[in-house]
Design a protein around this ligand. Sequence first.
Ligand SMILES: [Zn+2]
Ligand SMILES: [Zn+2]
Length: 226
Amino acid sequence: MLDQISEQVYFILSRSFDSNITFIKTGNHEILIDAGTGLYTSNLNEDLQTLGSSIQSITDIVLTHCHIDHIGGIIPVLEAGSPKLYLHEAEAEPINQGDMSQTLGDTFGVDLPPFKIDVLLNEGDVLDFNEVKLRVFHTPGHSAGSIIIEIEDTGILLTGDTLFPGGSFGRVDFPTGSPEKLVDSLRRISEMQFEIGLPGHMNAMKYNARQSAMSSYKMAKQWFKT
Ligand SMILES: [Zn+2]
Ligand SMILES: [Zn+2]
């Protein structure tokens, strides 16, 4: 399901085990935030075609973290075109050294070919795509290199697998997960100013997403007794 969030931002709700995917079209950049498992890339391509785009024309793929349900889809997009790949350095460095263990590919029986991340992200980075500027916040907890992304001046926050709607949040029992760090990251998000939250799974938080962040923070704090 393709949902237009703002003039340049489209939210593509997950198919099966895929992550949600956000598509941003701005000037000469066509950007994906997360890429799904890769099992449904032909459906993604059909969605993009309705917007006058396609997987061939994707210029940039920004990953909220390195789990297979978010990054598997970069492989068919890399085969179709030549997008630049972005990932937090904590997860990009192992991948660039050929260590794919943090992607959970093994756990889910998926064999990812090696690839290189072009841009290693850090807290405070701003990716400048002309009219659209993406600000990176490092929010570890679900995984060591999880980030959330603010689309500047829009009130839209891409929350990856850190913050989900309805008081929920990402699991912390995968390698490099940390309940303490997740609670701290959720506290940080709950103090941010934003209206719309686009999570890595489940539905968009279209109204009062900050309220949603506050309930997730409270729930996580209680759940993990931190
Ligand atoms: Zn996920
Ligand atoms: Zn994940």
